[in-house]
Design a protein around this ligand. Structure first.
Ligand SMILES: CC(=O)N[C@H]1[C@@H](OP(=O)(O)OP(=O)(O)OC[C@H]2O[C@@H](n3ccc(=O)[nH]c3=O)[C@H](O)[C@@H]2O)O[C@H](CO)[C@@H](O)[C@@H]1O[C@H](C)C(=O)N[C@@H](C)C(=O)N[C@H](CCC(=O)O)C(=O)O
Ligand SMILES: Nc1ncnc2c1ncn2[C@@H]1O[C@H](COP(=O)(O)OP(=O)(O)OP(=O)(O)O)[C@@H](O)[C@H]1O
Length: 530
């Protein structure tokens, strides 16, 4: 079932809470007479108001949210909470106005109070890092399912409770949406929740009001240097999650310098993982086998604990994501042997008992991640992966992984986001030229930027890196995919990096329907390869 009607998951049976008590408990000022004695929800978007809501008018980059108070009233809001600047803007709506100097700072606590999410909270897992958050979240959910536990999931791609799914707008929802979602999850008796946590979410107080049981860190590499001045500032945003007011325990991959720094600067108990067996880490990961569809690995930990398993995903970086998920589960209290047993793999903890596999099921983690190195080609023709990589490190990891599993040529098709960190574009162009055999540069969410200018930076960087490289520029993504297909032969690989699971292309404020996965499948059909 897909909950397409709303853009947020809400409790089906909201609890009415006293509005005067809310004003009193939080020490807010109130202007005007209440139109209702109760409040049953909270939102920061007039477009998402449902009857009974407190509408919070926040000052944004483009608008002051208080100017949408009339629309909020129309939709059934019972009061407006805003800052002193918003009072006059909200006044005309005729709703009581509650005032506090910085409403964003109160959102998490308020939402937790309204939805009562502090009472009997589920086990909360939080995942952060530049790349791999969504993948770790899906892998955690999959292992929990294999352990017989239904988890709630919130990622860049989708938010999910059992078979109820909505498409995500942000990587991490606003605090108002998170607590509404947690309330809905409680109704569904979900006892474990996995939340992908972006740096922006921490900076913008979206995860306020939550204390995670276990947080995980994948890596930190060049991205988001439009939102954060330097890598140090970007790191400091992520570091906040690994402090006692936000999390009880953490698991950190220490392969890069930022992981080691996080270990030094965090103030919660931490467990470390490394892919270097000689590193000073509690858990180490070794890759046993890599194929185009599956990566097998062994994870070794303290007290000679060991687990060998596999993920049906491309690349050693996906094995690292899986290792992080497994150690996070161990840190939350699961026994490694029980995990191994659930994945149908023998382990030392399992006393060597090897269960027979169900017929047709391959042992290992049973996960599907939409649009992360997703192989959409069939038995014939070139291998086609659709990926969500849109940063230099993501390009490197995926291209190096493909190189290890193919003898054919690699054709890399990609573009770069408009209105997002332009400083990473040259590196992306140069990595593509260095690690692929042919490059096709296309448009990818130009937003309000000139798409030709974005392509020019990528092209110049690619040509400068490897002057003899075969490089094409095809602005329109459908035509660009067909260009890539026209130069690919049997056994070659096309990596289409960027669009992942997304079903739109964002141009000048418009979201134009476009699914790279569907279009690529159509193109393969046209060639008779599917
Ligand atoms: C730069 C940024 O973070 N912008 C966020 C910000 O927008 P803004 O300040 O421009 O808000 P605004 O449009 O001026 O509106 C002000 C207020 O009026 C409200 N409003 C506005 C219009 C209306 O009709 N009714 C209404 O109520 C808005 O909900 C908002 O509360 O507040 C909005 C409401 O929450 C967010 O949707 C928006 O995220 C935008 C879409 C965004 O793209 N953010 C990115 C940078 C982001 O957060 N990315 C991270 C990580 C990505 C990753 O992992 O790679 C993420 O977590 O998604
Ligand atoms: N551990 C990793 N190290 C490096 N690159 C990775 C790793 N895991 C995934 N990637 C690359 O990053 C891309 C995005 O992966 P994923 O969606 O899991 O990360 P994310 O952190 O959720 O990204 P975003 O913040 O953009 O939502 C993948 O498609 C792949 O190209």
């Amino acid at each position: 079932m897909t909950d397409r009607g709303s853009s947020a998951l809400r409790p089906e049976h909201p609890i009415a809470r006293s509005l005067p008590h809310l004003v009193e408990d939080f020490g807010f000022d109130q202007v005007g007479t209440p139109v209702s004695e109760t409040v049953s929800g909270i939102t920061i978007s007039s477009r998402d108001v449902v009857p009974g809501d407190l509408y919070v008018g926040l000052k944004g980059k483009k608008f002051h949210g208080a100017s949408f108070a009339a629309a909020a009233r129309e939709a059934g809001a019972v009061a407006v909470l805003t800052d002193p600047e918003g009072v006059a803007l909200a006044a005309e709506a005729g709703l009581p106005v509650i005032v506090t100097p910085e409403p964003r700072l109160a959102l998490g606590e308020l939402a937790a109070w309204i939805y009562r999410t502090r009472e009997e909270p589920p086990t909360m897992f939080g995942v952060t890092g530049t790349n791999g958050k969504t993948s770790v979240a899906y892998i955690l959910e999959a292992i929990l399912r294999q352990l017989g536990i239904v988890a709630g999931l919130s990622t860049t791609a989708e938010r999910r409770i059992g078979d109820v799914t909505i498409v995500s707008k942000l990587t991490t929802p606003e605090a108002t949406e998170i607590h509404a979602m947690l309330a809905r999850m409680r109704e569904a008796h979900v006892r474990s929740v996995i939340l992908e946590v972006s740096a922006q979410a921490i900076t913008q107080h979206r995860v306020d009001g939550i204390v995670f049981d276990v947080v995980g860190f994948t890596n930190l590499t060049h991205d988001h240097l439009d939102d954060y001045e330097t890598m140090d500032v970007y790191f400091e945003a992520k570091r906040e999650l690994f402090q006692p007011d936000r999390a009880r325990r953490g698991v950190v991959i220490v392969d890069g310098p930022w992981g080691a720094r996080l270990v030094a600067e965090s103030r919660i108990p931490l467990t470390t993982i490394s892919t270097d067996v000689n590193a000073d880490a509690e858990w180490t990961l070794t890759i046993d086998e890599e194929t185009a569809d599956r990566t097998a690995f062994t994870l070794r930990g303290p007290e000679r604990r060991e687990l060998s398993t596999s993920v049906p995903l491309l690349g050693s970086h996906m094995a690292a994501n899986a290792a992080l998920a497994i150690v996070m589960l161990v840190e939350s209290g699961f026994d490694l042997g029980a995990i191994a047993h659930a994945l149908n793999e023998p382990s030392e903890d399992d006393e060597g008992h090897e269960r027979g596999l169900e017929e047709g099921r391959v042992a290992g983690i049973d996960v599907y991640i939409p649009g992360r190195a997703e192989k959409i080609s069939g038995e014939r023709g070139p291998v086609v992966y659709i990926d969500y990589g849109h940063s230099p490190d993501a390009f490197t990891s995926t291209l190096e992984s493909i190189r290890r599993v193919t003898d054919g040529r690699i054709i890399m098709l990609f573009g770069a986001d408009g209105d997002r960190d332009p400083s990473k574009r040259e590196e992306m162009g140069s990595i593509a030229a260095r690690l692929a055999d042919a490059v096709v540069i296309t448009d990818f969410h130009p937003r309000y930027e000139d798409p030709a200018a974005i392509r020019r930076v990528l092209l110049d960087a690619a040509r400068a890196a490897v002057p003899e490289r075969e490089i094409y520029e095809v602005a329109e993504p459908r035509a660009a995919f067909r260009k890539a297909l026209s130069i690919a032969g049997e056994g070659d690989v096309i990596l289409y990096a960027g669009p992942g699971h997304e079903n739109y292309h964002e141009v000048a404020g418009e979201r134009i329907p476009y699914s790279a996965r569907d279009d690529a499948r159509n193109a393969l059909h046209e060639h008779g390869w599917l």
